[in-house]
Design a protein around this ligand. Sequence first.
Ligand code: ATP
Ligand code: MG
Length: 433
Amino acid sequence: MVDKLTAVKGMNDILPPESARWEALETTVREVMRLHAYRNIRTPIVEPTALFVRGLGEVTDIVEKEMYSFEDRLNGEQLTLRPESTAGVVRAVVEHNMLYEGGKRLYYMGPMFRHERPQRGRYRQFHQIGAEALGFGGPEVDAELILLAVSLWQAMGLQDVRLELNSLGQPPERQQHRAALIAYYEQHIDQLDEDAKRRLHSNPLRILDSKNPAMKALNDAAPRLLDFLGADSLAHFNAVKAILDANGVAYHINPKLVRGMDYYNLTVFEFITERLGSQGTVCGGGRYDYLIGEIGGKHAPAVGWALGVERVLELLKEQGNASPEVAADAYAIVPEASSLPQVMPVLQTLRSMGVSVQMHAPAGASDGMGSMKSQFKKADASGARYALVFGADELASGQVTLKALRDGQGAQRSESLQQIAEWGHRLQSTLLP
Ligand code: ATP
Ligand code: MG
């Protein structure tokens, strides 16, 4: 026996039937994105390290300690597995000059990589779905993105998430607040943890984002960025709130909400649940009007969010949402292997009509097809609604037996293979939800 290889710590296999939840969620997302006219973008998983250092900010958790970075073996280029997708989307938008004829609304789904301590809701490979609106500066698009997220929660049946909202203002307002923040923390220097001490002069706003409970009281009493906003920033914030109010979307203002990346300005928000312990943020985003310029594009405003797929699925499960159906509609029982050349085209026809069919197949190449009894057992265990029995005698007379396995208490009837178009269609329509 050779040693067993296992998955990398913090990186999960997503197996059936669990994977059906993922597919259902992705289907819902595609539909909701289509309804809001957001279009799909797919960027590489590997990007130049400099993209994230420049984009996310040097003094952030992600860039300081969470990135999977390596050197390209052949040309020595510094590369990183993407820890998030906004920077990559912005790079692509700039590289392909996508804003030349106006703003773009985009969405993505895919794996992200962060070297964190694995725990419930926190993994090293995890998945995000994100929406970005680039080239739009007005508060209505901030609100549109929040409404889009709320529509997603409704379509998925997700409950118990609350929206927290804040404004980070503009760089000059941040500068003033920063000075006040440094002065405040300097007065309480003995209460700062290691991270906070290190960030005091490099990025004091980040201290507010601390997950250390010992820092909470101190952070609660810190100067509020909201109190430093000028008239324009306040007007933007109020306009977002007014649209949310008009749409009946409830929110809480959280003056300590700063988000984990440096690229945000004005509106920032998170959707949070109490039901997943400390990993309670299911979605976060905000405006990032300076990132496109930072990455080398012509200045253009933008706003977006990303949700954590594992956390959303965990919450749906926690709420008791049922798992989607994974069984095939019909299970094909084939007593004689010699019938397969005649049977398999029939199965293909049924599939082309929208009936999903699982064909009985033995484990070993030289095993027979197995007894009718054992095949029926497998059919039952598969969860299929119907068994299709292709007995040799029936086939010889152009017939197949259709037997209800679940509802109909084993009712069965003979169908003519000649008339498959007719009964196949009938079968398909009984399967509709
Ligand atoms: P947290 O504060 O929980 O570390 P974050 O602020 O680092 O989250 P973002 O970078 O805003 O998270 O990513 C958006 C979403 O992606 C988060 O709200 C969360 O749902 C999810 N997420 C982030 N990191 C992880 C991870 N390591 N494992 C699973 N999901 C994650
Ligand atoms: Mg994080």
